[in-house]
Design a protein around this ligand. Structure first.
Ligand SMILES: Cc1cc2nc3c(=O)[nH]c(=O)nc-3n(C[C@H](O)[C@H](O)[C@H](O)COP(=O)(O)OP(=O)(O)OC[C@H]3O[C@@H](n4cnc5c(N)ncnc54)[C@H](O)[C@@H]3O)c2cc1C
Length: 685
């Protein structure tokens, strides 16, 4: 009887060889399975439900998007607005990640099989063609939370069982920074409020290996000098790639890439997959850096994310931003940027103001555990250097609040786990117009948005949603952010919060249109983070203050006081003086400037609570935690009021009138979870 010997790993959103549970299982001396494994077969499959594959030979068919089916969005077009679900920039990054991964396997003495079609059809057919199913130890893949991705895994599991009685699909818990089994609660009971979530996971212990920061698996070695990464598991080399003589694929079901195929390279695959994008450009068009299927888009000269998409680019960025232990001593090399993260993270220009890890984390080219562990190691290491320590810490209890990066990585986990919680039934409310609010039991029914959003008329050039997408609302900060998104595929967190608030709370456009537009363009698109944050901003998600609203003019004055950012993306404003650059409609009537200043001053004082989002909550929390907690006891159960700018501001903004004052617009703030912890952060009247 032959022993199971080929280990199959289906790569999805885990496009890396470092911190890989599958490589570890198949190779590590400590793994029970590894002695039986003789071959390692990594596979990646482009899926027609995500990408338009029609230009590839024997293309698999795609069904039209199902408008009324919230359970699945399985089509390369979005369900509400019919946008493409990728852009040339995002596609290029994916291809760099996939082909870069294959290169890492090749440099390690193995290979990776790349195909296109439905994994649940292609993979069982391939395994059938390998002959004796007992030669397959099993198929492994990263556990996914979101409906579309987990539906694929369920279908694959079923079809493997049907075709190969002995082949099982196993999943690895490798996506989040905190492994599911370390959570101090059942993930289906994930708290609905971030603060409650954070405090519970903090209880795991803030130190290294305490449960919140888990040491990544050592499955690769990083050759910093050559910027190359090779598989190496506890001193063992990668097991060989199996011989795959027969790669049968059914009619109209896709294919596997062979050495002579046009699409067997980044450029070839880009040409095939980007052609449908160029055939029907979206509202606002594509980036000027992406003009044809024949060459990958260049990085825009002003992009804040000038890196490639591969795993080695991700690790290079980690080394650069957070630093690494010096191999010759126990000193820490690099990491200056991480030490100033908290004071720079609201920046808007250049690559240094925040980590830019998001695009790597979204494709899994950087493991969240690797990133978290590295930040923690830096903090531990700096502990030996008193001066550096003093720059970062105030006391150990608040160490990660002061650094901030871990705080943000926890937001990522929070959205992953809340999505899990609200996707347990057949129906995932992640994509529902009323979001999670419909299921959060503490969310009073009378506070839920009615869902009477403006439906865009894309044929009307003056439609507010269209102007938002095209970056021509008339509000410079909003327009600059939207143009940056289109041109580069990135927008700062500050920008994202402002444009999302503007679309939903000023223009009253269905938040899902914004989420779909972001999905198309964002190079760091992540289903949970994108849709979760959009719900949060639209007031239908986990935000304990669903009525909060940003004033983009005040925000622009605070974060872009000299207009450098808006001038970068709106060259038409290059000659406008700084005092008018955020309100250029007053150029023709400067006499109103004094009135505006007075109103703004008033708004800034009165409305301090109105427009600040969770970033400010976090800071307030860090700085005034004790105060906040004292207030909890006093205020729990009482209703407080936060004000917001109001009016169909889009009409004003889009018409170039500006929205310089706060006009009423009141929303009630509710207590969350009965714990009241967020209440302390609300500045009351
Ligand atoms: C409307 C909206 C949509 C968003 N869509 C996405 C998305 O599709 N993908 C995505 O990764 N982030 C999304 N974010 C969150 C955040 O804006 C980005 O993670 C961040 O701007 C990426 O830049 P960075 O890597 O330099 O982040 P940093 O500030 O350096 O943060 C470090 C990491 O923490 C995580 N993080 C930070 N803020 C958040 C947050 N609010 N929610 C979840 N994770 C966070 C990210 O993984 C990020 O890489 C969205 C935010 C908003 C308001």
């Amino acid at each position: 009887m032959s022993l199971p010997n080929t280990f199959v790993h289906l790569h999805t959103l885990d496009l890396r060889v470092h911190d890989s549970p599958s490589l570890h299982l198949a190779h590590a001396p400590s793994s029970n399975l590894s002695s039986k494994i003789t071959h390692f077969l990594p596979v990646y499959i482009f899926d027609p439900r995500q990408l338009d594959l029609t230009r590839l030979p024997n293309a698999p068919s795609v069904s039209a998007p199902k408008k009324d089916s919230p359970k699945t969005r399985a089509s390369p077009r979005s369900r509400v607005a019919g946008f493409h679900r990728t852009s040339p920039h995002r596609l290029a990054l994916l291809l760099e990640a996939v082909f870069g991964l294959r290169e890492s396997y090749r440099q390690s003495g193995g290979d990776m099989l790349i195909g296109y079609g439905r994994p649940e059809i292609l993979l069982p057919t391939l395994l059938d063609s390998l002959g004796n199913t007992s030669d397959i130890a099993g198929v492994w893949a990263q556990e996914e939370i979101t409906v579309e991705e987990s539906n694929v895994l369920s279908s694959l599991r079923q079809s493997l069982r049907k075709n190969h009685n002995k082949v099982e699909l196993h999943t690895n818990d490798s996506k989040t920074m905190i492994p599911t089994k370390h959570l101090p609660f059942n993930p289906k009971d994930t708290p609905d409020v971030y603060t409650a979530f954070r405090k519970k996971v903090e209880g795991l212990g803030l130190g290294m290996g305490g449960g919140m920061l888990v040491e990544p698996l050592k499955t690769a070695s990083w050759d910093e000098g050559n910027r190359a990464i090779k598989v190496s598991v506890e001193g063992r080399d990668l097991k060989p790639f199996p011989d795959l003589p027969d790669r049968e694929v059914g009619q109209g079901q896709g294919g596997w890439l062979g050495p002579n195929d046009d699409s067997n390279s980044i450029e070839g695959m880009y040409a095939a997959l980007s052609a449908p994008l160029f055939d029907s450009p979206p509202i606002g068009g594509w980036s000027s850096a992406a003009n044809s299927p024949y060459s990958l888009p260049a990085r825009h000269p002003h992009t804040a994310v000038p890196f490639g998409g591969s795993e080695s680019s991700g690790l290079t960025r980690l080394d650069d931003y957070v630093g690494r232990p010096n191999s010759d001593s126990d000193r820490w090399s690099g990491g200056l940027k991480a030490r100033t993260y908290k004071s720079t993270r609201n920046g808007l220009l250049g690559d240094g103001f925040s980590t830019k890890f998001a695009s790597f984390l979204s494709l899994g080219t950087l493991s969240a555990r690797e990133a978290g562990w590295r930040v923690g190691s830096m903090l531990e290491n700096l502990g030996r250097d008193k001066d550096a320590w003093n720059n970062v810490y105030s006391d150990t209890r608040s160490w990660f609040i002061f650094l901030g990066i871990l705080f943000e990585l926890l937001w990522r986990d929070f959205f992953q786990y809340t999505t899990f919680k609200y996707s347990l039934s057949a129906f995932s409310s992640l994509f529902d117009p009323l979001g999670f609010s419909d299921q959060i039991s503490t969310y009073p029914a009378n506070e839920r948005p009615k869902g009477d959003w403006h439906t865009p008329n894309w044929d009307n050039p003056d439609d507010p949603a269209r102007r938002w997408c095209e970056g021509r609302t008339g509000v410079p900060f909003v327009d600059a952010c939207m143009r940056e998104l289109r041109e580069t595929g990135y927008m700062s967190n500050r920008g994202r919060q402002n444009v999302a608030s503007f679309l939903t709370k000023d223009l009253y456009v269905d938040w899902r249109v914004g989420a779909e537009f972001f999905e198309m363009h964002l190079i760091d698109y992540d289903t949970c983070s994108n849709w979760g944050n959009w719900q949060y901003q639209a007031g239908v998600g986990n935000d304990p203050r669903s009525s909060r609203q940003f004033n983009p003019i005040k925000q622009a004055n605070d974060y872009d006081p000299h207009g450098e950012y808006v001038r970068t993306w709106l060259p038409e404003l290059k000659d406008v003086p700084a005092e008018l650059v955020q309100i250029p409609w007053l150029l023709h009537d400067p006499s109103k400037l004094e009135v505006v200043r007075a109103t703004e001053g008033e708004a800034a004082i009165e409305g301090e609570a109105e427009a600040e989002a969770k970033d400010e909550d976090e800071e307030a929390e860090a700085e005034a935690e004790a105060e906040a907690e004292a207030e909890v006891g006093e205020e729990a159960g009482e209703e407080t009021t936060s004000k917001g700018i109001d009016g169909r501001a889009g009409e004003a903004g889009a018409a170039g009138e500006g929205r310089t004052g706060r006009k009423g617009g009141e929303g009630e703030v509710r207590e969350e979870d009965g714990e009241g912890e967020e209440i302390g952060m609300v500045i009351e009247e």
